[in-house]
Design a protein. Structure first.
Length: 256
């Protein structure tokens, strides 16, 4: 049995709490949020806390708050020499206060309070200052049914950067596509199978091999037509040109 305290009630904190509640071998000791009233998730049977001074003893304290608040919050914790981890992709391990046993428990997934998640689909990137603490974090991931990997700060920051391209930038592409299809009164649903197939294809082939479309085919007639269509959206036209050139460069073709 591993006992945990979750600090933070945002997207990640809320999902972790839900996962710990259903993990037989995890004892969720407390859930800290500076504003208990802001917790929208069901809290039956959970001990809530809004004062750091009231935190109880646990094997692991998981700080799942806004990146810029992690360092200060770790200093404010009223104890020392206990295992304290954060869940950020970009904050260095050493930003946690030295008085703690320090670690990172970064879930490489996209979390929204409104969207359910299977933790078997959430790989945890683990890093610890002391080697002996990594075992406990690996066990915690196992208890949640999640895979885990030992990843150092530099590697994690590179993964986080990759995740921004994969998730945030792709999602912005979906948003633009949604706007362009709405503009012609076409339901966005028509495009959803394409979104799934694009993501599915790279599970079996490399992104390099998976690329299709006018840029890869060097189809200048279609590219010019698209650029003309985007004349009323100069920002999107610029983005289209930059991405087209990026694909062309990757595939050894002459840029626009
Ligand atoms: N969302 C994701 O997809 C994702 C994925 C992997 C890792 N992460 C990482 O997980 C961490 C949490 O992200 P999130 O998406 O859950 O953030 P979030 O939804 O914006 O929630 C942030 C939480 O931090 C609390 N908070 C902010 N400043 C605080 C302070 N000074 N003291 C105490 N609590 C404070 C907020 O409390 P209030 O509600 O009172 O403001 C809120 O509960 C971040 O390090 C993030 O990089 C996020």
């Amino acid at each position: 049995m591993i006992s945990v305290v979750v600090i933070g009630a945002g997207n990640v904190g809320s999902h972790l709490v839900k996962a710990f509640q259903s993990a037989e071998k995890v004892n969720l000791v407390q859930w800290y949020s500076r504003d208990k009233m802001s917790i929208k998730a069901p809290t039956k049977g959970i001990e809530l806390c809004n004062d750091l001074k009231d935190l109880k003893s646990a094997d692991i304290y998981i700080i799942a708050v806004t990146d810029k608040a992690i360092e200060a919050l770790s200093k404010q914790l009223p104890f020392e020499n206990r295992l304290v981890v954060h869940t950020s992709g970009s904050v260095a391990l050493k930003k946690l206060d030295m008085k703690h046993k320090r670690g990172v428990f970064y879930p490489l997934q996209t979390f929204s309070k409104t969207s359910d998640l299977e933790f078997s689909e959430v790989p945890f990137c683990i890093e610890t200052m002391n080697k002996e603490d990594s075992g406990q974090l690996k066990t915690l991931a196992t208890y949640m049914g999640s895979p885990s990997y030992m990843i150092n700060t530099e590697q994690r920051q590179a993964l986080h950067l990759s995740a921004v391209f994969i998730n945030n930038f792709s999602n912005q592409m979906y948003r633009i596509a949604h706007e362009l299809s709405d503009y012609k009164s076409v339901n966005f649903d028509v495009l959803k199978p394409l979104i799934l197939e694009t993501a599915k294809k790279v599970q079996f082939t490399s992104p390099y091999n998976a690329q299709t479309g006018p840029a890869k085919r060097n189809d200048q007639v279609t590219i010019n037509h698209h650029l003309r269509t985007l004349e009323s959206h100069p920002d999107y036209q610029l983005l289209y040109k930059k991405l087209t050139n990026s694909i062309k460069t990757t595939h050894g073709l002459k840029k626009l």
